[in-house]
Design a protein around this ligand. Structure first.
Ligand code: GRG
Length: 306
């Protein structure tokens, strides 16, 4: 498996974010043209929550893994990638609600509920979940996946988003506020809350590209390791970066959350994050996956500034 000349991470992110943004725009137009019309204010809230910048890490990981498996990027592959971002966007919209993290700022602007209201934001976020499942099913079919594989792809996305993944992790996170969680509990929480969807990005790509089981296993290992690295880096950024840089208000201390920084201190937390990236990169290498993009994205997960 090879990857053609890598242009460097910044140029690569620029080149991949265009097709991702266009796929998200198509997804929103699909919702706007839905047979049973969605209320205009709900559509505006969906647009606010989805088309609001963001690093687009999950769909870009998907696109990179898909191409690392030897498949050719096309409109439908970005539509499948976008289904991950739709789940991610809904989770941020709901995470910011007063009953959860009660945040005013996200991606450098007012959170969706501060602009559109809580009731509308709840409906907008909820509408994105089945929309993402339908989008994943449709895009997998357009990529030529047979029915069983289409269903496995959708199952992978929904399982990662669900009670055994992101929703479950969020629940444990909310219950854990004010408690001092140890390493094992914190790892378990974040493998669900953050890691599950990041890992699904890689697994869905392997499935869509019909990769062999060694490649799939390696991409899953890569996803799990960078998922943990991502969260450690997130804790470091929350403790060290400004709201202006992050586009959101640092909140771990305010919400009395357990963090890797509290457990290990900044330096050791970063060392552990980098170690996870090494695990991720080694898994690629051992499986013969030659992808400068995935290697660079893995390192970026820890070295990013926001
Ligand atoms: C009902 C319990 C319950 C849950 C509903 C709200 C929710 C589902 C889940 C929240 C999951 C969550 C907030 C995970 C955080 C993941 C995370 C670190 C987000 C930040 O991701 P980035 O940095 O953000 O990729 P951008 O803005 O770049 O996309």
């Amino acid at each position: 498996m090879t990857n053609s000349a890598f242009p460097g991470l910044d140029a690569y992110l620029d080149s991949e974010s265009g097709p991702v943004e266009r796929a998200l725009e198509r997804a929103i137009v699909t919702l706007e043209q839905c047979e049973a019309p969605i209320e205009p204010e709900v559509l505006s809230a969906i647009r606010h929550g989805v088309m609001s910048g963001g690093k687009r890490l999950r769909p870009i990981l998907f696109a990179s893994a898909y191409q690392a498996c030897g498949a050719e990027a096309k409109e439908a592959s970005y539509d499948l990638a976008a289904s991950l971002e739709m789940i991610h966007a809904y989770s941020l919209m709901h995470d910011d609600l007063p009953c959860m993290d009660d945040a005013a700022l996200r991606r450098g602007r007012a959170t969706t509920h501060r602009v559109h209201g809580e009731d509308v934001t709840i409906r907008a976020g909820a509408a994105l979940i089945p929309a993402a499942a339908l989008q994943a099913l449709d895009a997998s079919g357009r990529l030529g996946c047979e029915q069983a594989r289409c269903l496995t792809i959708v199952r992978t996305l929904m399982a990662a988003a669900g009670a055994g993944g992101m929703v479950g992790g969020q629940w444990v996170d909310l219950l854990g506020e004010g408690l001092a969680l140890g390493t094992e509990d914190l790892d378990a929480l974040h493998r669900m809350k953050t890691g599950a969807l990041l890992t699904a990005s890689l697994e869905m790509a392997a499935l869509a590209a019909d990769a062999d089981s060694d490649t799939r296993d390696a991409l899953r290992t890569y996803g799990q390791a960078i998922g943990l690295a991502f969260q450690i880096a997130d804790d470091v950024l929350d403790a060290t970066a400004s709201a202006e840089t992050l586009g959101k208000n640092p909140s771990d201390a305010v919400l009395d959350k357990s963090t890797y920084v509290a457990l290990y201190g900044l330096e050791e937390a970063l060392r552990r994050a980098r170690y996870q990236v090494d695990i991720a990169v080694s898994a690629l290498k051992a499986a013969g996956i030659e992808s400068p993009a995935l290697v660079a994205l893995g390192r970026h997960v820890v070295e990013r500034r926001k």
